[in-house]
Design a protein. Structure first.
Length: 162
């Protein structure tokens, strides 16, 4: 094994142990790994930070900012209150209601943005009724993706294509 390979393996093992130890936040460990790879000379600074210039990373960052803004302005709370009044504590009513809502919004705008709007609402509802959010998030994503291919003005997912 080359010295660079041994250094890389040591950094990888250290990262795995830190992730398993779970006392340091995962984002701090990931940033530490990137800095360790740069400090060890395995990657140049340009190559190490190249992933942050990706369109996908920028889109996810924008969606996180948008979701935080929607939560801070109260838009999610108002919508959530309305949906909770309609569905009550019955998941059999909530799930079709939320799926139709996200599908309707997703036909006229980006399905990713539509899903980003509804995710905090779904997580809040699941917490209020004591259910796991995963029971609602996957159907939410499916409804959003399915409806995004209905109109020409929405954004459909095209696997393998750009």
């Amino acid at each position: 094994m080359t010295p660079d390979g041994a250094i890389c393996l040591a950094i990888l093992v250290g990262a795995i142990l830190m992730f398993a130890w779970d006392r340091v936040p995962a984002d701090v460990v990931a940033l530490g790994v990137m800095l360790a790879v740069i400090a060890a000379g395995l990657l140049s600074v340009d190559k190490a930070f190249a992933g942050f210039s990706s369109d996908t990373v920028m889109m996810i960052l924008g969606l996180l900012i948008m979701s935080a803004g929607l939560i801070q302005t109260g838009a999610v709370e108002i919508t959530g209150r309305y949906v909770f009044d309609l569905a009550g504590r019955n998941p059999a009513v909530f799930l079709p209601l939320i799926m139709v809502s996200v599908a309707t919004v997703s036909t006229f705008m980006s399905n990713t943005a539509a899903t980003a709007f509804f995710v905090p609402l779904v997580i809040g509802y699941a917490a209020k009724i004591g259910e796991s959010p995963s029971k609602f998030l996957l159907p939410l994503a499916f409804a959003s993706i399915l409806a995004s291919s209905v109109t020409l003005i929405s954004t459909s997912s095209q696997p393998g294509g750009e």
